[in-house]
Design a protein around this ligand. Sequence first.
Ligand code: BGC
Length: 277
Amino acid sequence: MLAIVPQSSQRPRGVRKCVESAGMDHTSGNYCCGIDIGGSGVKGAIVDMDTGEFATDRIKIATPQPATPEAVAETVAEIVRQLEWDGPVGICLPSVVKEQVAMTAANIDDAWIGTDVHELFSEHVPGRDIAVLNDADAAGLAEVAFGDEICRTGAVMFLTFGTGIGSALLMDGDLFPNTELGHMFVGKKEAEHQASSAVRDREELSYSQWAKRVDKVLTEYARLFNPIAFVVGGGISRKADKWVPLLTVDTPVIPAKLRNRAGIVGAAMAVWKHVAP
Ligand code: BGC
């Protein structure tokens, strides 16, 4: 089971300035910076690792276009500068990350494929611990540590609905990383090409129209993976009351607790606990 075990009681250099400028007194806590790279925005904050709360405001900068590794890494460096942070940085992105090499690129530039992301970010944000992982995996880890108890109990599928559909498979809170279930074919199309939240926006679907598509995807996942529950995150989980009750799938569907904070918190956890794949 994954729990936050503080590695040291020392506060990384740089946090005092951040938390003081945020008007908080977290001087005895433990902090890391988390950065979540998305198709439209790069978001970061300093995270209190004891509580999973942000110790600073969240900074968001539009994802540069094209979203090449160099351009995005420079945006990450800018966020770290704005946070006045010189401690560890965890980063998550919509890519399979194996041994710190990006293996795929969805909603970011193809140039990411084959990039040693650890090396890339270490060049742009030098002289500190860096860890990189998939964005849905990061969000899943954050829910395990700070979200609903169900995420630490048995076989659970955590899913994010955003530009794509991200997945994190959890067993008693342990992560099986880099499952890309948004790309699984459900009927004739990939799941995320019919039921992501971006598709809902693009096709101007009502919640009930969109929920039917989500239902179809979840029913297929349930048939093949048989989880005890789905936990659903991403921006649209804020509106969970509008669509979760419309689902008919025969497996409980529970809205995530951390919502769109989860990626940043999970990225910070990855560098804190050294759990990046
Ligand atoms: C990507 C995943 C990512 C998900 C959510 C998918 O298109 O392939 O790696 O986790 O979108 O961003």
